[in-house]
Design a protein around this ligand. Structure first.
Ligand code: ATP
Ligand code: MG
Ligand code: MG
Length: 565
Protein backbone atom coordinates (compact mmCIF):
# COMPACT_ATOMS: atom_id res chain seq x y z
CA UNK A 1 0.00 0.00 0.00
CA UNK A 2 1.31 3.39 -0.97
CA UNK A 3 1.33 6.25 1.47
CA UNK A 4 0.68 9.06 -0.96
CA UNK A 5 0.13 11.49 1.87
CA UNK A 6 3.56 11.47 3.46
CA UNK A 7 4.49 14.68 1.72
CA UNK A 8 1.71 16.61 3.43
CA UNK A 9 2.49 15.42 6.94
CA UNK A 10 5.83 17.13 7.33
CA UNK A 11 8.24 19.41 5.55
CA UNK A 12 7.48 22.18 3.12
CA UNK A 13 3.82 21.44 2.47
CA UNK A 14 3.04 21.00 6.17
CA UNK A 15 4.62 24.40 6.81
CA UNK A 16 2.58 25.95 4.04
CA UNK A 17 -0.58 24.67 5.67
CA UNK A 18 0.52 25.88 9.09
CA UNK A 19 0.97 29.36 7.71
CA UNK A 20 -2.70 29.34 6.89
CA UNK A 21 -4.44 26.51 8.74
CA UNK A 22 -7.93 27.12 7.36
CA UNK A 23 -10.75 24.71 6.54
CA UNK A 24 -11.87 23.97 3.95
CA UNK A 25 -8.78 24.24 1.82
CA UNK A 26 -9.13 25.14 -1.86
CA UNK A 27 -6.33 24.58 -4.37
CA UNK A 28 -6.09 24.54 -8.14
CA UNK A 29 -4.04 22.82 -10.82
CA UNK A 30 -3.73 25.47 -13.56
CA UNK A 31 -2.20 24.06 -16.77
CA UNK A 32 -1.94 26.11 -19.88
CA UNK A 33 -3.65 23.94 -22.54
CA UNK A 34 -0.76 24.37 -24.96
CA UNK A 35 0.81 20.92 -24.82
CA UNK A 36 0.62 17.43 -23.39
CA UNK A 37 1.41 17.06 -19.71
CA UNK A 38 4.76 15.56 -18.75
CA UNK A 39 6.15 13.78 -15.73
CA UNK A 40 6.92 17.13 -14.06
CA UNK A 41 3.23 17.98 -14.12
CA UNK A 42 2.43 14.83 -12.18
CA UNK A 43 4.20 16.47 -9.25
CA UNK A 44 2.02 19.57 -9.60
CA UNK A 45 -1.09 17.39 -9.83
CA UNK A 46 -0.12 15.25 -6.84
CA UNK A 47 0.65 18.34 -4.78
CA UNK A 48 -2.43 20.39 -5.60
CA UNK A 49 -5.02 17.63 -5.58
CA UNK A 50 -3.30 15.78 -2.77
CA UNK A 51 -3.00 18.83 -0.53
CA UNK A 52 -6.71 19.54 -0.85
CA UNK A 53 -7.66 15.91 -0.27
CA UNK A 54 -5.36 15.60 2.74
CA UNK A 55 -6.90 18.66 4.37
CA UNK A 56 -10.45 17.73 3.51
CA UNK A 57 -10.77 20.37 0.81
CA UNK A 58 -11.20 20.58 -2.94
CA UNK A 59 -9.02 21.19 -5.96
CA UNK A 60 -10.07 22.89 -9.18
CA UNK A 61 -8.75 21.95 -12.58
CA UNK A 62 -8.40 25.38 -14.13
CA UNK A 63 -7.37 25.74 -17.74
CA UNK A 64 -5.25 28.83 -17.92
CA UNK A 65 -6.38 29.66 -21.42
CA UNK A 66 -5.43 33.28 -21.90
CA UNK A 67 -3.15 32.78 -24.87
CA UNK A 68 -5.22 31.73 -27.89
CA UNK A 69 -2.09 31.54 -30.02
CA UNK A 70 -0.91 28.29 -28.52
CA UNK A 71 -4.00 26.46 -27.33
CA UNK A 72 -5.71 23.47 -28.89
CA UNK A 73 -8.74 21.33 -28.04
CA UNK A 74 -6.84 18.04 -27.89
CA UNK A 75 -4.76 19.30 -24.97
CA UNK A 76 -7.84 20.07 -22.87
CA UNK A 77 -9.10 16.52 -23.26
CA UNK A 78 -5.76 14.93 -22.63
CA UNK A 79 -5.07 17.01 -19.50
CA UNK A 80 -8.45 16.10 -18.03
CA UNK A 81 -7.82 12.44 -18.73
CA UNK A 82 -4.38 12.47 -17.13
CA UNK A 83 -5.67 14.05 -13.92
CA UNK A 84 -8.28 11.29 -13.66
CA UNK A 85 -5.77 8.63 -14.57
CA UNK A 86 -3.66 9.71 -11.62
CA UNK A 87 -6.72 9.09 -9.47
CA UNK A 88 -7.97 12.63 -8.84
CA UNK A 89 -11.33 14.18 -9.41
CA UNK A 90 -11.50 17.92 -9.98
CA UNK A 91 -13.97 19.76 -7.79
CA UNK A 92 -14.85 21.85 -10.83
CA UNK A 93 -13.31 22.30 -14.23
CA UNK A 94 -12.92 25.99 -14.92
CA UNK A 95 -11.35 28.22 -17.53
CA UNK A 96 -9.59 31.50 -16.97
CA UNK A 97 -11.46 32.67 -20.05
CA UNK A 98 -14.76 32.24 -18.15
CA UNK A 99 -13.68 35.38 -16.32
CA UNK A 100 -12.81 37.57 -19.29
CA UNK A 101 -15.72 39.96 -18.60
CA UNK A 102 -14.94 40.21 -14.92
CA UNK A 103 -11.24 40.66 -15.58
CA UNK A 104 -11.97 43.41 -18.05
CA UNK A 105 -14.05 45.27 -15.48
CA UNK A 106 -11.30 44.94 -12.92
CA UNK A 107 -8.81 46.31 -15.43
CA UNK A 108 -11.01 49.39 -15.80
CA UNK A 109 -11.21 49.59 -12.03
CA UNK A 110 -7.42 49.49 -11.80
CA UNK A 111 -7.20 52.31 -14.32
CA UNK A 112 -9.74 54.24 -12.23
CA UNK A 113 -7.51 53.80 -9.19
CA UNK A 114 -4.68 55.40 -11.15
CA UNK A 115 -2.83 52.07 -11.02
CA UNK A 116 -2.73 51.21 -14.71
CA UNK A 117 -1.96 53.03 -17.94
CA UNK A 118 -2.01 52.32 -21.64
CA UNK A 119 1.51 52.31 -22.98
CA UNK A 120 2.74 52.48 -26.59
CA UNK A 121 6.40 51.70 -26.03
CA UNK A 122 8.22 48.98 -27.90
CA UNK A 123 10.54 46.31 -26.49
CA UNK A 124 13.68 48.45 -26.81
CA UNK A 125 12.13 51.38 -24.96
CA UNK A 126 10.86 49.14 -22.22
CA UNK A 127 14.27 47.60 -21.80
CA UNK A 128 15.78 51.07 -21.37
CA UNK A 129 13.11 52.00 -18.82
CA UNK A 130 14.09 48.89 -16.87
CA UNK A 131 17.74 49.84 -16.59
CA UNK A 132 19.11 49.10 -20.05
CA UNK A 133 21.09 46.13 -21.34
CA UNK A 134 22.81 45.40 -18.06
CA UNK A 135 19.97 46.66 -15.90
CA UNK A 136 22.37 49.10 -14.23
CA UNK A 137 21.26 52.50 -15.51
CA UNK A 138 18.53 54.33 -13.59
CA UNK A 139 14.99 53.06 -14.12
CA UNK A 140 12.31 55.47 -15.26
CA UNK A 141 8.71 55.59 -16.49
CA UNK A 142 7.65 56.65 -19.95
CA UNK A 143 5.38 59.64 -20.57
CA UNK A 144 2.34 57.30 -20.89
CA UNK A 145 2.49 56.74 -17.17
CA UNK A 146 1.43 60.36 -16.69
CA UNK A 147 -1.76 60.10 -18.76
CA UNK A 148 -4.99 60.95 -16.94
CA UNK A 149 -7.46 58.28 -15.89
CA UNK A 150 -9.81 59.49 -18.64
CA UNK A 151 -7.19 59.15 -21.36
CA UNK A 152 -6.22 55.69 -20.14
CA UNK A 153 -9.82 54.56 -20.02
CA UNK A 154 -10.47 55.85 -23.51
CA UNK A 155 -7.35 54.18 -24.88
CA UNK A 156 -8.09 50.91 -23.10
CA UNK A 157 -11.57 50.85 -24.61
CA UNK A 158 -10.01 51.58 -27.98
CA UNK A 159 -7.75 48.59 -27.44
CA UNK A 160 -10.83 46.51 -26.72
CA UNK A 161 -12.62 47.88 -29.78
CA UNK A 162 -9.87 47.01 -32.21
CA UNK A 163 -8.50 50.50 -32.79
CA UNK A 164 -4.93 49.30 -32.15
CA UNK A 165 -3.03 46.56 -33.87
CA UNK A 166 -0.99 44.07 -31.85
CA UNK A 167 2.00 45.75 -30.16
CA UNK A 168 0.69 49.28 -30.79
CA UNK A 169 -0.68 49.52 -27.29
CA UNK A 170 -0.79 47.51 -24.09
CA UNK A 171 -2.15 48.03 -20.62
CA UNK A 172 0.51 48.30 -17.95
CA UNK A 173 0.15 48.09 -14.22
CA UNK A 174 1.59 51.03 -12.28
CA UNK A 175 3.50 49.14 -9.65
CA UNK A 176 6.79 50.13 -8.01
CA UNK A 177 9.77 50.68 -10.28
CA UNK A 178 11.97 51.54 -7.27
CA UNK A 179 11.53 48.00 -5.97
CA UNK A 180 14.44 45.59 -6.22
CA UNK A 181 11.96 43.05 -7.58
CA UNK A 182 11.77 43.00 -11.38
CA UNK A 183 8.21 41.72 -11.17
CA UNK A 184 7.14 45.11 -9.79
CA UNK A 185 8.37 47.09 -12.78
CA UNK A 186 5.06 48.00 -14.37
CA UNK A 187 4.19 44.62 -15.88
CA UNK A 188 1.81 44.15 -18.79
CA UNK A 189 -1.82 43.42 -17.86
CA UNK A 190 -3.48 43.28 -21.29
CA UNK A 191 -2.21 43.00 -24.82
CA UNK A 192 -3.86 43.32 -28.24
CA UNK A 193 -4.04 39.97 -30.02
CA UNK A 194 -5.92 39.48 -33.22
CA UNK A 195 -6.66 35.81 -32.67
CA UNK A 196 -9.93 33.99 -32.14
CA UNK A 197 -10.21 32.18 -28.84
CA UNK A 198 -11.42 28.57 -28.70
CA UNK A 199 -14.09 29.48 -26.13
CA UNK A 200 -14.88 33.13 -26.65
CA UNK A 201 -14.49 33.13 -30.43
CA UNK A 202 -13.71 36.58 -31.81
CA UNK A 203 -15.39 38.48 -29.00
CA UNK A 204 -12.06 39.74 -27.72
CA UNK A 205 -9.19 41.52 -29.40
CA UNK A 206 -7.37 41.97 -26.12
CA UNK A 207 -6.28 39.24 -23.75
CA UNK A 208 -5.09 39.48 -20.15
CA UNK A 209 -1.59 38.32 -19.22
CA UNK A 210 -0.70 35.58 -16.77
CA UNK A 211 0.36 38.19 -14.21
CA UNK A 212 -2.99 39.91 -14.38
CA UNK A 213 -5.13 36.78 -14.64
CA UNK A 214 -3.75 34.17 -12.33
CA UNK A 215 -3.98 35.92 -8.98
CA UNK A 216 -7.44 37.28 -9.70
CA UNK A 217 -8.81 33.91 -10.80
CA UNK A 218 -7.34 32.41 -7.63
CA UNK A 219 -9.26 35.00 -5.65
CA UNK A 220 -12.53 34.43 -7.58
CA UNK A 221 -12.33 30.71 -6.83
CA UNK A 222 -11.46 31.23 -3.19
CA UNK A 223 -8.12 29.45 -3.52
CA UNK A 224 -6.65 29.35 -0.02
CA UNK A 225 -3.24 27.97 -1.00
CA UNK A 226 -1.97 28.72 -4.49
CA UNK A 227 0.92 26.32 -5.01
CA UNK A 228 3.22 26.88 -7.94
CA UNK A 229 6.83 26.30 -8.95
CA UNK A 230 9.77 28.41 -7.79
CA UNK A 231 10.19 30.40 -10.99
CA UNK A 232 7.17 32.33 -9.70
CA UNK A 233 8.87 33.29 -6.45
CA UNK A 234 9.41 36.91 -7.49
CA UNK A 235 5.90 37.01 -8.91
CA UNK A 236 4.51 36.47 -5.45
CA UNK A 237 4.93 40.20 -4.79
CA UNK A 238 3.02 41.26 -7.89
CA UNK A 239 0.43 38.57 -7.21
CA UNK A 240 -0.27 40.03 -3.78
CA UNK A 241 -0.04 43.61 -5.02
CA UNK A 242 -2.72 43.18 -7.67
CA UNK A 243 -5.13 41.26 -5.47
CA UNK A 244 -4.80 43.90 -2.76
CA UNK A 245 -5.73 46.64 -5.25
CA UNK A 246 -8.78 44.91 -6.62
CA UNK A 247 -10.36 42.12 -4.62
CA UNK A 248 -11.54 41.16 -1.17
CA UNK A 249 -10.43 37.55 -0.86
CA UNK A 250 -6.65 37.17 -0.62
CA UNK A 251 -5.20 33.78 -1.64
CA UNK A 252 -1.70 32.81 -0.52
CA UNK A 253 0.91 31.83 -3.10
CA UNK A 254 3.79 29.54 -2.15
CA UNK A 255 6.42 27.97 -4.40
CA UNK A 256 7.90 24.46 -4.60
CA UNK A 257 10.77 23.07 -6.67
CA UNK A 258 10.17 21.63 -10.14
CA UNK A 259 10.74 18.01 -10.94
CA UNK A 260 12.79 17.04 -13.92
CA UNK A 261 14.34 13.81 -15.14
CA UNK A 262 17.89 13.68 -16.40
CA UNK A 263 18.58 11.84 -19.62
CA UNK A 264 15.24 12.95 -21.03
CA UNK A 265 13.77 16.05 -22.64
CA UNK A 266 10.49 17.63 -21.59
CA UNK A 267 10.36 20.86 -23.51
CA UNK A 268 7.48 21.09 -25.94
CA UNK A 269 9.66 22.30 -28.78
CA UNK A 270 12.05 19.36 -28.47
CA UNK A 271 9.30 16.79 -28.05
CA UNK A 272 7.59 18.18 -31.12
CA UNK A 273 10.74 17.81 -33.16
CA UNK A 274 11.24 14.21 -32.00
CA UNK A 275 7.66 13.41 -33.00
CA UNK A 276 7.65 15.26 -36.31
CA UNK A 277 10.99 13.86 -37.44
CA UNK A 278 9.74 10.40 -36.49
CA UNK A 279 12.46 9.56 -34.00
CA UNK A 280 9.60 8.24 -31.88
CA UNK A 281 6.18 6.69 -32.45
CA UNK A 282 4.24 9.78 -31.44
CA UNK A 283 3.56 12.02 -28.45
CA UNK A 284 2.70 8.88 -26.49
CA UNK A 285 5.85 6.99 -27.40
CA UNK A 286 6.80 4.78 -24.43
CA UNK A 287 10.29 6.34 -24.37
CA UNK A 288 9.01 9.87 -23.82
CA UNK A 289 8.21 11.33 -20.43
CA UNK A 290 4.97 12.86 -21.51
CA UNK A 291 2.31 11.43 -19.21
CA UNK A 292 0.59 9.79 -22.18
CA UNK A 293 3.93 8.19 -23.04
CA UNK A 294 4.57 7.01 -19.51
CA UNK A 295 1.04 5.62 -19.40
CA UNK A 296 1.41 3.80 -22.73
CA UNK A 297 4.63 2.27 -21.49
CA UNK A 298 2.63 0.68 -18.68
CA UNK A 299 3.87 2.66 -15.68
CA UNK A 300 1.02 2.45 -13.15
CA UNK A 301 -0.32 5.78 -11.88
CA UNK A 302 0.25 4.57 -8.32
CA UNK A 303 3.97 4.20 -9.02
CA UNK A 304 4.13 7.81 -10.19
CA UNK A 305 2.44 9.03 -7.03
CA UNK A 306 4.79 6.92 -4.97
CA UNK A 307 7.73 8.43 -6.84
CA UNK A 308 6.59 12.00 -6.18
CA UNK A 309 6.07 11.14 -2.54
CA UNK A 310 9.45 9.55 -2.13
CA UNK A 311 11.19 12.58 -3.55
CA UNK A 312 9.36 14.82 -1.14
CA UNK A 313 8.62 18.47 -1.70
CA UNK A 314 11.05 21.31 -1.01
CA UNK A 315 11.87 24.61 -2.65
CA UNK A 316 14.76 23.20 -4.65
CA UNK A 317 14.52 21.71 -8.11
CA UNK A 318 14.81 17.93 -8.20
CA UNK A 319 16.73 16.60 -11.16
CA UNK A 320 16.23 12.90 -10.86
CA UNK A 321 18.08 10.20 -12.71
CA UNK A 322 15.99 8.00 -14.92
CA UNK A 323 17.29 4.96 -13.04
CA UNK A 324 15.79 6.25 -9.81
CA UNK A 325 12.36 6.65 -11.41
CA UNK A 326 12.65 3.13 -12.79
CA UNK A 327 13.69 1.76 -9.42
CA UNK A 328 10.47 3.03 -7.87
CA UNK A 329 8.40 1.57 -10.70
CA UNK A 330 10.17 -1.77 -10.36
CA UNK A 331 9.53 -1.96 -6.63
CA UNK A 332 5.90 -1.07 -7.16
CA UNK A 333 5.39 -3.68 -9.87
CA UNK A 334 7.24 -6.30 -7.87
CA UNK A 335 4.46 -6.36 -5.32
CA UNK A 336 1.45 -5.57 -7.48
CA UNK A 337 1.53 -7.52 -10.73
CA UNK A 338 1.17 -11.23 -11.57
CA UNK A 339 3.90 -13.39 -13.04
CA UNK A 340 3.80 -15.21 -16.33
CA UNK A 341 6.25 -16.91 -18.63
CA UNK A 342 7.26 -15.28 -21.89
CA UNK A 343 10.04 -16.20 -24.28
CA UNK A 344 11.58 -13.43 -26.38
CA UNK A 345 13.39 -15.49 -29.00
CA UNK A 346 11.88 -18.98 -28.89
CA UNK A 347 13.51 -22.21 -30.00
CA UNK A 348 11.54 -25.49 -29.81
CA UNK A 349 12.64 -28.22 -27.46
CA UNK A 350 11.10 -31.62 -28.14
CA UNK A 351 10.98 -33.67 -24.93
CA UNK A 352 10.95 -37.11 -26.41
CA UNK A 353 9.85 -39.08 -23.35
CA UNK A 354 7.14 -36.68 -22.19
CA UNK A 355 4.14 -38.43 -23.73
CA UNK A 356 2.69 -39.07 -20.27
CA UNK A 357 2.51 -35.32 -19.62
CA UNK A 358 1.16 -34.19 -22.98
CA UNK A 359 -1.94 -32.12 -22.25
CA UNK A 360 -1.51 -32.20 -18.45
CA UNK A 361 -2.72 -29.05 -16.75
CA UNK A 362 -0.19 -27.55 -14.37
CA UNK A 363 -1.52 -25.25 -11.69
CA UNK A 364 0.70 -22.22 -11.27
CA UNK A 365 0.40 -19.31 -8.83
CA UNK A 366 0.35 -15.80 -10.28
CA UNK A 367 2.68 -14.75 -7.50
CA UNK A 368 4.95 -16.77 -5.24
CA UNK A 369 4.54 -14.08 -2.58
CA UNK A 370 0.91 -13.09 -2.74
CA UNK A 371 -1.57 -15.95 -2.62
CA UNK A 372 -4.45 -13.57 -3.12
CA UNK A 373 -3.44 -13.16 -6.75
CA UNK A 374 -4.66 -16.69 -7.33
CA UNK A 375 -3.55 -19.38 -9.73
CA UNK A 376 -3.84 -20.20 -13.37
CA UNK A 377 -3.38 -23.29 -15.50
CA UNK A 378 -0.71 -24.05 -18.05
CA UNK A 379 -1.23 -26.96 -20.37
CA UNK A 380 1.95 -28.97 -20.83
CA UNK A 381 3.05 -30.06 -24.28
CA UNK A 382 5.80 -32.35 -25.50
CA UNK A 383 7.25 -29.51 -27.47
CA UNK A 384 8.09 -26.49 -25.36
CA UNK A 385 9.79 -23.25 -26.33
CA UNK A 386 12.75 -21.80 -24.46
CA UNK A 387 14.78 -18.69 -25.11
CA UNK A 388 17.64 -19.01 -27.57
CA UNK A 389 19.95 -17.48 -24.98
CA UNK A 390 19.25 -20.36 -22.57
CA UNK A 391 20.80 -22.99 -24.86
CA UNK A 392 24.45 -23.51 -25.77
CA UNK A 393 25.76 -25.81 -28.42
CA UNK A 394 28.89 -26.47 -26.40
CA UNK A 395 28.70 -26.99 -22.66
CA UNK A 396 31.19 -25.64 -20.17
CA UNK A 397 31.73 -26.06 -16.43
CA UNK A 398 30.65 -22.58 -15.41
CA UNK A 399 27.45 -22.74 -17.46
CA UNK A 400 24.23 -23.89 -15.80
CA UNK A 401 21.54 -23.79 -18.41
CA UNK A 402 20.71 -26.12 -21.28
CA UNK A 403 23.41 -27.77 -23.39
CA UNK A 404 23.94 -31.22 -24.85
CA UNK A 405 24.28 -33.63 -21.93
CA UNK A 406 23.35 -30.94 -19.41
CA UNK A 407 20.13 -30.53 -17.40
CA UNK A 408 18.19 -27.43 -16.58
CA UNK A 409 14.98 -26.89 -14.62
CA UNK A 410 11.83 -25.64 -16.36
CA UNK A 411 9.92 -23.29 -14.04
CA UNK A 412 6.69 -24.94 -12.83
CA UNK A 413 7.23 -28.06 -14.97
CA UNK A 414 7.12 -31.70 -13.77
CA UNK A 415 10.84 -32.47 -14.32
CA UNK A 416 14.07 -30.86 -15.46
CA UNK A 417 15.19 -31.65 -18.99
CA UNK A 418 18.49 -32.87 -20.41
CA UNK A 419 19.41 -31.94 -23.97
CA UNK A 420 20.34 -34.87 -26.17
CA UNK A 421 20.90 -33.30 -29.60
CA UNK A 422 20.10 -30.27 -31.73
CA UNK A 423 19.75 -29.22 -35.33
CA UNK A 424 20.97 -26.06 -37.02
CA UNK A 425 20.13 -24.06 -40.07
CA UNK A 426 23.31 -24.22 -42.13
CA UNK A 427 22.66 -20.88 -43.82
CA UNK A 428 22.10 -18.81 -40.69
CA UNK A 429 24.05 -20.91 -38.21
CA UNK A 430 21.09 -20.68 -35.84
CA UNK A 431 19.81 -23.58 -33.77
CA UNK A 432 16.39 -24.62 -35.08
CA UNK A 433 15.44 -27.40 -32.68
CA UNK A 434 16.68 -29.08 -29.53
CA UNK A 435 15.88 -32.66 -28.54
CA UNK A 436 15.71 -33.52 -24.86
CA UNK A 437 14.50 -36.03 -22.29
CA UNK A 438 13.04 -35.58 -18.85
CA UNK A 439 15.50 -35.98 -16.02
CA UNK A 440 13.33 -37.97 -13.62
CA UNK A 441 16.06 -38.56 -11.02
CA UNK A 442 14.74 -35.89 -8.62
CA UNK A 443 18.07 -34.10 -8.55
CA UNK A 444 17.46 -30.40 -8.00
CA UNK A 445 18.80 -28.40 -10.95
CA UNK A 446 21.05 -25.39 -10.36
CA UNK A 447 18.98 -23.17 -12.61
CA UNK A 448 15.35 -22.89 -13.68
CA UNK A 449 14.46 -21.23 -16.95
CA UNK A 450 11.21 -19.90 -18.38
CA UNK A 451 9.46 -21.69 -21.20
CA UNK A 452 6.10 -21.79 -22.92
CA UNK A 453 4.14 -24.72 -24.31
CA UNK A 454 3.30 -25.02 -27.99
CA UNK A 455 0.63 -22.82 -29.55
CA UNK A 456 -1.60 -25.87 -29.75
CA UNK A 457 -1.55 -25.83 -25.92
CA UNK A 458 -2.63 -22.20 -25.73
CA UNK A 459 0.53 -20.14 -25.99
CA UNK A 460 0.37 -17.05 -28.15
CA UNK A 461 2.82 -15.42 -30.49
CA UNK A 462 3.47 -11.78 -29.70
CA UNK A 463 5.66 -8.83 -30.53
CA UNK A 464 7.81 -7.53 -27.71
CA UNK A 465 9.36 -4.06 -27.63
CA UNK A 466 12.21 -3.56 -25.21
CA UNK A 467 12.68 0.06 -24.30
CA UNK A 468 15.91 1.68 -23.20
CA UNK A 469 16.64 5.37 -22.58
CA UNK A 470 15.98 7.45 -25.68
CA UNK A 471 19.26 9.31 -25.27
CA UNK A 472 22.81 8.17 -24.76
CA UNK A 473 23.83 10.92 -22.37
CA UNK A 474 22.53 12.19 -19.05
CA UNK A 475 22.08 15.63 -20.50
CA UNK A 476 20.87 15.34 -24.10
CA UNK A 477 20.04 19.06 -24.30
CA UNK A 478 23.74 19.92 -24.17
CA UNK A 479 25.06 16.95 -26.12
CA UNK A 480 27.46 17.68 -28.94
CA UNK A 481 25.52 18.33 -32.12
CA UNK A 482 22.29 18.70 -30.15
CA UNK A 483 19.88 16.22 -28.61
CA UNK A 484 18.89 14.71 -31.95
CA UNK A 485 22.50 13.62 -32.27
CA UNK A 486 22.34 11.92 -28.91
CA UNK A 487 19.60 9.40 -29.70
CA UNK A 488 20.35 5.90 -28.44
CA UNK A 489 20.19 3.52 -31.45
CA UNK A 490 19.09 0.78 -29.05
CA UNK A 491 16.29 2.75 -27.45
CA UNK A 492 13.77 0.33 -28.96
CA UNK A 493 14.62 -3.32 -29.61
CA UNK A 494 11.89 -5.40 -31.20
CA UNK A 495 11.38 -9.14 -30.81
CA UNK A 496 8.78 -9.94 -33.48
CA UNK A 497 8.40 -13.67 -32.74
CA UNK A 498 8.11 -13.82 -28.97
CA UNK A 499 5.67 -16.19 -27.26
CA UNK A 500 3.65 -15.83 -24.10
CA UNK A 501 1.85 -18.53 -22.13
CA UNK A 502 -1.93 -18.81 -22.03
CA UNK A 503 -2.14 -17.19 -18.58
CA UNK A 504 -2.10 -13.86 -20.41
CA UNK A 505 -5.82 -14.32 -21.13
CA UNK A 506 -6.73 -14.17 -17.46
CA UNK A 507 -4.30 -11.34 -16.79
CA UNK A 508 -6.07 -9.41 -19.55
CA UNK A 509 -9.50 -10.24 -18.20
CA UNK A 510 -8.62 -9.15 -14.69
CA UNK A 511 -6.83 -5.89 -15.63
CA UNK A 512 -6.18 -3.28 -14.37
CA UNK A 513 -3.17 -4.52 -12.44
CA UNK A 514 -2.61 -3.35 -9.81
CA UNK A 515 -6.25 -3.46 -8.93
CA UNK A 516 -6.20 -0.37 -6.69
CA UNK A 517 -4.76 2.09 -9.19
CA UNK A 518 -6.45 5.32 -10.25
CA UNK A 519 -7.27 3.81 -13.61
CA UNK A 520 -9.33 1.23 -11.77
CA UNK A 521 -11.29 3.82 -9.83
CA UNK A 522 -12.26 5.64 -12.97
CA UNK A 523 -13.21 2.27 -14.42
CA UNK A 524 -11.32 2.46 -17.67
CA UNK A 525 -7.94 0.89 -17.58
CA UNK A 526 -6.60 0.85 -21.13
CA UNK A 527 -4.43 -1.88 -22.70
CA UNK A 528 -1.48 -0.61 -20.65
CA UNK A 529 -3.18 -1.76 -17.46
CA UNK A 530 -2.54 -5.37 -18.54
CA UNK A 531 0.76 -5.69 -16.71
CA UNK A 532 2.84 -8.66 -15.65
CA UNK A 533 6.27 -9.78 -14.72
CA UNK A 534 7.67 -12.09 -17.37
CA UNK A 535 9.79 -14.33 -15.19
CA UNK A 536 13.53 -13.91 -15.80
CA UNK A 537 12.81 -11.35 -18.53
CA UNK A 538 11.26 -8.03 -17.46
CA UNK A 539 8.02 -6.25 -16.55
CA UNK A 540 5.64 -5.77 -19.47
CA UNK A 541 2.42 -4.05 -20.39
CA UNK A 542 0.14 -4.49 -23.36
CA UNK A 543 0.68 -1.81 -26.00
CA UNK A 544 -2.10 0.14 -27.67
CA UNK A 545 -0.98 -1.26 -31.04
CA UNK A 546 -2.32 -4.65 -29.91
CA UNK A 547 -5.35 -6.19 -31.58
CA UNK A 548 -7.31 -9.32 -30.78
CA UNK A 549 -5.12 -11.19 -33.23
CA UNK A 550 -1.82 -9.63 -32.45
CA UNK A 551 -0.41 -8.97 -29.01
CA UNK A 552 2.26 -6.32 -28.59
CA UNK A 553 4.05 -5.82 -25.29
CA UNK A 554 6.21 -2.96 -24.04
CA UNK A 555 8.92 -3.44 -21.51
CA UNK A 556 8.02 -1.17 -18.62
CA UNK A 557 11.29 -1.75 -16.76
CA UNK A 558 13.89 -4.47 -16.50
CA UNK A 559 13.86 -6.85 -13.53
CA UNK A 560 17.02 -5.41 -12.08
CA UNK A 561 18.82 -2.16 -12.51
CA UNK A 562 21.21 -2.12 -15.49
CA UNK A 563 20.25 -5.60 -16.54
CA UNK A 564 18.89 -6.38 -19.95
CA UNK A 565 19.66 -5.45 -23.48
P1 ATP B 1 6.00 23.39 -19.45
O1 ATP B 1 6.50 24.58 -20.18
O2 ATP B 1 7.04 22.37 -19.15
O3 ATP B 1 4.76 22.83 -20.03
P2 ATP B 1 4.67 25.14 -17.66
O4 ATP B 1 5.23 25.79 -16.46
O5 ATP B 1 4.36 25.95 -18.85
O6 ATP B 1 5.60 23.92 -18.01
P3 ATP B 1 1.88 24.74 -17.17
O7 ATP B 1 1.17 23.93 -18.17
O8 ATP B 1 1.66 26.17 -17.15
O9 ATP B 1 3.42 24.35 -17.30
O10 ATP B 1 1.83 24.11 -15.74
C1 ATP B 1 0.75 23.79 -14.93
C2 ATP B 1 1.29 23.66 -13.53
O11 ATP B 1 2.25 22.64 -13.47
C3 ATP B 1 1.97 24.94 -13.08
O12 ATP B 1 1.56 25.22 -11.75
C4 ATP B 1 3.43 24.59 -13.14
O13 ATP B 1 4.15 25.32 -12.19
C5 ATP B 1 3.43 23.10 -12.85
N1 ATP B 1 4.60 22.46 -13.44
C6 ATP B 1 5.02 22.54 -14.72
N2 ATP B 1 6.15 21.86 -14.91
C7 ATP B 1 6.47 21.32 -13.70
C8 ATP B 1 7.56 20.52 -13.23
N3 ATP B 1 8.55 20.13 -14.05
N4 ATP B 1 7.57 20.14 -11.93
C9 ATP B 1 6.58 20.52 -11.12
N5 ATP B 1 5.54 21.28 -11.48
C10 ATP B 1 5.48 21.68 -12.77
MG1 MG C 1 3.21 27.93 -18.67
MG1 MG D 1 2.88 24.20 -20.15
Amino acid sequence: VVDTEAMFKQGFLAEVYNERPVKPVYTRFPPEPNGFLHIGHSKAIAINFGFARYHGGECYLRFDDTNPEAEEEVYFESIKEMVEWLGFKPYKITYSSDNFDKLYELAEKLIGLGKAYVCHCGDEEIKLQRGGEKGTSPRFRCEHADQSVEVNLKKFRDMRDGVYKPREAFLRMKMDITSGNTMMWDLAAYRVLDKPHHRTGDKWKIYPTYDFTHCLCDSFEGITHSLCTTEFFLSRTSYEWLNQQLVEFQPMQREYGRLSISGSVLSKRKLKELVEKKFVRGWDDPRLHTLIGVRRRGVPPGAILEFVNELGVTTSTSIIQLSRFEQTIRRYLERTVPRLMLVLDPIPVVIEDADDFEGTELEVPFSPKDEAMGKHKIKFSKTVYIDRSDFREVDSKDYFRLAPGKSVGLLNAPFPITATSFTKDEATGLVTEVRATFDRTNKKPKTFIQWVPAESAGSRKCEVRLYNPLFKSENPASAEGGYLNDINPESEIIFPNAMVESGIEEVKRRAPWPEAAGEDKIGKGGPESVRFQAMRVAYFALDSDSTDDKLVFNRIVSLKEDVGK
